[in-house]
Ligand binder design. Structure first.
Ligand code: MN
Length: 235
Protein backbone atom coordinates (compact mmCIF):
# COMPACT_ATOMS: atom_id res chain seq x y z
CA UNK A 1 0.00 0.00 0.00
CA UNK A 2 1.22 3.47 -0.77
CA UNK A 3 -0.38 6.89 -0.44
CA UNK A 4 -0.71 8.54 -3.82
CA UNK A 5 -0.11 12.07 -2.50
CA UNK A 6 1.96 13.32 0.47
CA UNK A 7 0.33 12.49 3.82
CA UNK A 8 -1.31 15.60 5.34
CA UNK A 9 0.52 16.78 8.45
CA UNK A 10 -0.99 16.05 11.87
CA UNK A 11 -2.21 19.28 13.47
CA UNK A 12 -0.90 19.64 17.01
CA UNK A 13 -0.54 22.07 19.90
CA UNK A 14 2.50 22.40 22.20
CA UNK A 15 2.10 21.10 25.75
CA UNK A 16 3.13 23.26 28.69
CA UNK A 17 4.61 21.66 31.79
CA UNK A 18 5.60 18.31 30.25
CA UNK A 19 8.83 17.22 28.63
CA UNK A 20 10.37 19.68 26.18
CA UNK A 21 8.91 19.19 22.73
CA UNK A 22 5.69 17.48 23.89
CA UNK A 23 2.79 18.06 21.51
CA UNK A 24 -0.95 17.36 21.82
CA UNK A 25 -2.16 15.94 18.46
CA UNK A 26 -5.49 17.34 17.28
CA UNK A 27 -8.20 14.96 16.07
CA UNK A 28 -11.27 17.20 15.78
CA UNK A 29 -12.25 20.67 16.97
CA UNK A 30 -15.75 20.90 18.43
CA UNK A 31 -17.28 24.19 19.55
CA UNK A 32 -20.27 24.92 21.80
CA UNK A 33 -22.58 27.75 20.74
CA UNK A 34 -24.08 30.32 23.15
CA UNK A 35 -22.89 28.87 26.45
CA UNK A 36 -22.82 32.04 28.59
CA UNK A 37 -26.14 33.78 29.34
CA UNK A 38 -24.92 37.32 28.66
CA UNK A 39 -23.37 36.29 25.33
CA UNK A 40 -26.59 34.50 24.30
CA UNK A 41 -28.44 37.74 25.08
CA UNK A 42 -26.01 39.92 23.09
CA UNK A 43 -26.54 37.56 20.12
CA UNK A 44 -30.32 38.05 20.36
CA UNK A 45 -31.29 34.92 22.29
CA UNK A 46 -32.40 34.14 25.82
CA UNK A 47 -30.72 32.03 28.52
CA UNK A 48 -30.40 28.25 28.69
CA UNK A 49 -31.35 26.26 25.63
CA UNK A 50 -30.28 22.77 24.58
CA UNK A 51 -26.57 23.04 23.78
CA UNK A 52 -25.64 23.03 20.11
CA UNK A 53 -22.35 22.31 18.47
CA UNK A 54 -20.36 23.13 15.38
CA UNK A 55 -16.90 22.17 14.21
CA UNK A 56 -13.73 23.64 12.82
CA UNK A 57 -11.19 21.63 10.82
CA UNK A 58 -8.33 20.25 12.97
CA UNK A 59 -5.77 22.17 10.94
CA UNK A 60 -7.52 25.47 11.73
CA UNK A 61 -5.50 25.48 14.97
CA UNK A 62 -2.97 28.29 15.17
CA UNK A 63 -0.76 27.36 18.12
CA UNK A 64 0.92 30.20 19.99
CA UNK A 65 3.67 29.38 22.48
CA UNK A 66 3.29 31.19 25.79
CA UNK A 67 5.66 34.14 25.99
CA UNK A 68 5.67 34.57 22.21
CA UNK A 69 3.36 36.68 20.07
CA UNK A 70 1.53 34.74 17.37
CA UNK A 71 0.40 36.13 14.05
CA UNK A 72 -3.00 35.58 12.45
CA UNK A 73 -3.61 36.76 8.91
CA UNK A 74 -6.78 38.85 8.60
CA UNK A 75 -8.96 36.38 6.66
CA UNK A 76 -10.45 36.91 3.22
CA UNK A 77 -14.08 37.81 2.41
CA UNK A 78 -14.93 39.43 5.76
CA UNK A 79 -15.25 42.97 7.07
CA UNK A 80 -16.14 41.82 10.58
CA UNK A 81 -13.62 39.46 12.19
CA UNK A 82 -14.80 38.84 15.77
CA UNK A 83 -12.89 37.50 18.78
CA UNK A 84 -14.41 34.93 21.14
CA UNK A 85 -12.17 33.91 24.06
CA UNK A 86 -12.91 30.39 25.29
CA UNK A 87 -11.76 27.69 27.66
CA UNK A 88 -10.67 24.72 25.54
CA UNK A 89 -11.00 21.17 26.88
CA UNK A 90 -8.50 18.64 25.50
CA UNK A 91 -9.84 15.07 25.39
CA UNK A 92 -7.38 12.30 26.31
CA UNK A 93 -9.70 9.30 26.44
CA UNK A 94 -12.47 8.76 23.91
CA UNK A 95 -15.92 7.28 24.26
CA UNK A 96 -19.57 7.49 23.35
CA UNK A 97 -22.58 8.07 25.63
CA UNK A 98 -20.30 9.24 28.41
CA UNK A 99 -22.27 10.06 31.59
CA UNK A 100 -21.57 13.45 33.17
CA UNK A 101 -20.54 11.71 36.40
CA UNK A 102 -17.48 10.14 34.78
CA UNK A 103 -16.86 12.74 32.05
CA UNK A 104 -13.86 14.33 33.77
CA UNK A 105 -11.93 11.03 33.40
CA UNK A 106 -11.87 11.80 29.66
CA UNK A 107 -10.27 15.24 30.05
CA UNK A 108 -6.50 15.33 29.47
CA UNK A 109 -6.06 19.05 29.96
CA UNK A 110 -7.04 22.60 29.09
CA UNK A 111 -5.94 25.56 27.01
CA UNK A 112 -7.05 29.09 26.28
CA UNK A 113 -8.37 29.50 22.75
CA UNK A 114 -9.96 32.02 20.42
CA UNK A 115 -13.00 31.01 18.34
CA UNK A 116 -12.31 33.58 15.61
CA UNK A 117 -15.43 34.29 13.58
CA UNK A 118 -16.19 35.98 10.27
CA UNK A 119 -19.34 37.42 11.88
CA UNK A 120 -20.75 39.04 8.74
CA UNK A 121 -20.56 35.76 6.83
CA UNK A 122 -21.93 33.77 9.78
CA UNK A 123 -24.88 36.17 10.04
CA UNK A 124 -25.56 35.88 6.27
CA UNK A 125 -25.60 32.08 6.58
CA UNK A 126 -27.87 32.22 9.66
CA UNK A 127 -30.38 34.40 7.77
CA UNK A 128 -30.43 31.96 4.86
CA UNK A 129 -30.52 28.86 7.08
CA UNK A 130 -27.20 27.69 5.61
CA UNK A 131 -24.20 26.08 7.39
CA UNK A 132 -21.79 28.25 9.38
CA UNK A 133 -18.59 26.74 7.95
CA UNK A 134 -17.51 29.86 6.07
CA UNK A 135 -18.00 31.96 9.20
CA UNK A 136 -16.35 29.60 11.67
CA UNK A 137 -14.23 26.98 9.92
CA UNK A 138 -11.69 28.99 7.93
CA UNK A 139 -7.87 28.76 8.01
CA UNK A 140 -6.26 29.94 11.29
CA UNK A 141 -9.75 30.25 12.85
CA UNK A 142 -8.65 28.57 16.09
CA UNK A 143 -5.67 30.33 17.70
CA UNK A 144 -4.77 28.40 20.83
CA UNK A 145 -2.24 28.59 23.66
CA UNK A 146 -0.33 25.62 25.05
CA UNK A 147 -2.31 22.63 26.36
CA UNK A 148 -1.69 22.02 30.05
CA UNK A 149 -2.53 18.70 31.70
CA UNK A 150 -5.16 18.56 34.46
CA UNK A 151 -2.36 17.69 36.91
CA UNK A 152 -0.54 20.93 36.08
CA UNK A 153 -3.42 23.41 36.18
CA UNK A 154 -6.47 24.36 38.17
CA UNK A 155 -9.90 25.14 36.76
CA UNK A 156 -12.75 25.99 39.14
CA UNK A 157 -16.00 27.96 38.93
CA UNK A 158 -14.08 31.05 40.10
CA UNK A 159 -11.44 30.75 37.37
CA UNK A 160 -11.25 34.06 35.49
CA UNK A 161 -11.30 34.21 31.68
CA UNK A 162 -10.36 37.46 30.01
CA UNK A 163 -9.56 38.99 26.64
CA UNK A 164 -7.87 42.33 26.05
CA UNK A 165 -7.47 44.05 22.71
CA UNK A 166 -4.57 46.55 22.58
CA UNK A 167 -4.51 46.42 26.39
CA UNK A 168 -8.20 47.22 26.85
CA UNK A 169 -10.48 44.61 28.47
CA UNK A 170 -13.15 43.44 26.00
CA UNK A 171 -14.34 40.17 27.56
CA UNK A 172 -14.19 39.08 31.19
CA UNK A 173 -16.07 36.37 33.06
CA UNK A 174 -15.62 33.24 35.15
CA UNK A 175 -15.83 29.60 34.14
CA UNK A 176 -18.66 29.10 36.67
CA UNK A 177 -20.91 31.12 34.34
CA UNK A 178 -20.90 28.41 31.68
CA UNK A 179 -24.55 27.46 31.10
CA UNK A 180 -23.56 23.86 30.31
CA UNK A 181 -20.70 22.67 32.50
CA UNK A 182 -17.79 20.69 31.10
CA UNK A 183 -19.20 17.29 32.24
CA UNK A 184 -22.61 18.18 30.77
CA UNK A 185 -21.02 19.23 27.46
CA UNK A 186 -19.12 15.92 27.24
CA UNK A 187 -22.26 13.97 28.09
CA UNK A 188 -24.32 15.69 25.39
CA UNK A 189 -21.57 15.78 22.74
CA UNK A 190 -20.69 12.09 23.15
CA UNK A 191 -24.30 11.19 22.34
CA UNK A 192 -23.88 12.80 18.94
CA UNK A 193 -20.27 11.78 18.13
CA UNK A 194 -17.83 9.24 19.50
CA UNK A 195 -15.25 11.39 21.22
CA UNK A 196 -11.64 10.45 20.54
CA UNK A 197 -8.23 11.23 22.04
CA UNK A 198 -7.05 14.48 20.49
CA UNK A 199 -10.46 16.15 20.32
CA UNK A 200 -10.53 19.79 21.39
CA UNK A 201 -13.75 21.31 22.69
CA UNK A 202 -14.14 25.11 22.62
CA UNK A 203 -16.66 25.55 25.44
CA UNK A 204 -18.23 28.88 24.46
CA UNK A 205 -17.51 32.57 24.90
CA UNK A 206 -18.67 35.12 27.45
CA UNK A 207 -20.20 38.47 26.48
CA UNK A 208 -18.23 41.28 24.87
CA UNK A 209 -17.48 39.83 21.43
CA UNK A 210 -16.45 42.51 18.94
CA UNK A 211 -14.47 43.12 15.78
CA UNK A 212 -10.70 43.37 15.43
CA UNK A 213 -8.68 44.83 12.58
CA UNK A 214 -5.18 44.32 11.19
CA UNK A 215 -2.67 45.81 13.61
CA UNK A 216 -4.61 44.82 16.74
CA UNK A 217 -2.98 42.76 19.50
CA UNK A 218 -5.16 40.25 21.35
CA UNK A 219 -4.18 39.04 24.82
CA UNK A 220 -6.24 36.15 26.15
CA UNK A 221 -5.77 34.53 29.52
CA UNK A 222 -7.40 32.00 31.80
CA UNK A 223 -6.02 32.07 35.32
CA UNK A 224 -4.40 28.77 36.26
CA UNK A 225 -4.37 27.60 32.62
CA UNK A 226 -2.35 29.99 30.51
CA UNK A 227 -2.25 32.95 28.20
CA UNK A 228 -2.16 33.65 24.49
CA UNK A 229 -0.87 36.75 22.69
CA UNK A 230 -1.72 37.33 19.04
CA UNK A 231 -1.22 40.05 16.44
CA UNK A 232 -3.69 40.40 13.58
CA UNK A 233 -1.67 41.05 10.46
CA UNK A 234 -2.75 42.25 7.01
CA UNK A 235 -4.18 39.47 4.86
MN1 MN B 1 -17.60 30.44 20.22
Amino acid sequence: MAYVIPIPRVASVPVKGGSAGDEFPVHRIYCVGRNYVDHAIEMGHTGRETPFFFMKPADAVLPVVEGQVGAMHYPSLTKSLHHEVELVVAIGKGGRDIPAASAMEHVWGYAVGLDMTRRDLQNDMKKQGRPWCIGKGFDEAAPIGAVVSVANCSVSPDTRIELRVNGEVRQTSTIGKLIWSIPEIIEQMSQAWELAPGDLIFTGTPEGVAAVVAGDTLSARIDGVGSLELNIIGG
